[in-house]
Ligand binder design. Structure first.
Ligand SMILES: [Zn+2]
Length: 345
């Protein structure tokens, strides 16, 4: 009797389970059907909204004992009319732009070197001085990388174009890096900060002079604006590399540590996908076109030969670090590939 009861109990339980399962799968089927009416077949029940913000832009790597952090300032479009090349080369550029309108897009970057003793910024991005709002992220990238502008001890400036120094100063004339000493080549400072030279400059060059003067002013007032002639030791393990042409005092900074080197080369290249294959192509911003091309030709050859790590403010590839390889009559770029790992060696 007991066992019959048990058997009936089990059978009732099984029936309940089956019914339950059936009703669950029936409900799921109904919901899926409903969803397909609302959003089309195979759509998720609720569409995930798109997100259009990006991750903050910094990337660090080790160079000997140095921690080098590439700091993203923004991305801009480079106009092909800003390039001077042969008819044939420029036709190639136009063709490349037809295939890919982003061929000449460039990032703007600054770089932070933590030597363990000093925090050194090389170029400061555009701040609010380049217009358009596509640039000026550097201070945010610096914070994302775990530092504050107040911690920066030294700013080394490759040249005084506002996409490299705009980030130093706010529009109302305040220093963004209040504790930093700024270093720039004397030839560079004398050129852009001279009212006489500015007065004689063509009209479309005037904004470059005005911004350089406004950006430098609060550092000069605070006694934090320093110029060098080319040989003074300013930072241990750092060598000045004069690279005149783009601007009169355009300067690279080469850091060495434990046999490794990195060169912050400023505006040696603007349109990477053109000028590495055609180093003779200049930019209309080059104050001395001939000198700019000569400097580029000599430097690219040396860097490819010595396999030096290069930090470039303008490239189409974040994090804007890489090496040069000789390729045909020009060079190819071997980029440092982004990784979220720190080299612990
Ligand atoms: Zn530039």
């Amino acid at each position: 009797m007991k066992s019959i009861n048990k058997a009936m109990e089990i059978s009732a339980q099984t029936t309940r389970n089956v019914l339950q399962k059936t009703s669950i799968s029936l409900a799921a089927a109904l919901l899926a059907l409903l969803a397909s009416f609302v959003a089309g077949p195979n759509a998720a029940l609720a569409a995930a909204p798109q997100h259009h913000d990006q991750q903050a832009g910094f990337y660090r790597l080790r160079v000997g004992d140095l921690e080098v952090t590439a700091l993203y300032d923004g991305t801009g479009v480079f106009d092909p009319h800003w390039l001077n090349g042969t008819k044939e080369t420029m036709e190639g550029v136009v063709k490349a732009l037809h295939a890919d309108p982003h061929t000449l897009d460039v990032v703007d970057m600054g770089f932070l070197v933590n030597t363990g003793k000093q925090l050194i910024l090389v170029d400061a991005g555009a701040g609010t001085w380049w217009g358009g709002g596509a640039l000026g992220r550097l201070a945010g990238s610096l914070r994302s990388a775990g530092y504050t502008p107040e911690e920066v001890d030294i700013v080394l400036v490759t040249h005084l174009h506002s996409d490299h120094v705009g980030g130093l100063t706010t529009q109302d004339g305040n220093r963004v890096f209040p504790n930093a000493d700024v270093y720039v080549a004397k030839a560079e400072s004398d050129f852009w900060l001279s009212p006489e030279i500015a007065a004689k400059a063509p009209k479309d060059a005037q904004p470059f002079f005005q911004s350089a003067q406004a950006i430098a002013a609060p550092y000069i007032r605070a006694g934090k604006w320093h110029t060098f002639n080319g040989s003074e030791p300013m930072v241990d393990g750092m060598q000045l590399v004069p690279l005149p042409g783009h601007t009169p005092g355009h300067t690279g900074y080469e850091f060495s540590s434990k046999g490794q080197k990195i060169l912050f080369w400023g505006d040696i290249v603007h349109a990477q996908r053109v000028q590495l294959q055609h180093p003779e192509v200049t930019a209309i911003f080059d104050i001395d076109q001939t000198a700019a091309a000569t400097t580029r030709n000599q430097l690219l050859a040396r860097l490819a030969r010595e396999n030096v790590l290069i930090a470039t403010p303008h490239t189409s590839l974040f994090p804007a670090l890489g090496r040069l390889h000789k390729e045909g009559s020009g060079y190819s770029w071997a980029p440092v590939v982004f990784t979220d790992q720190w080299d612990e060696r």
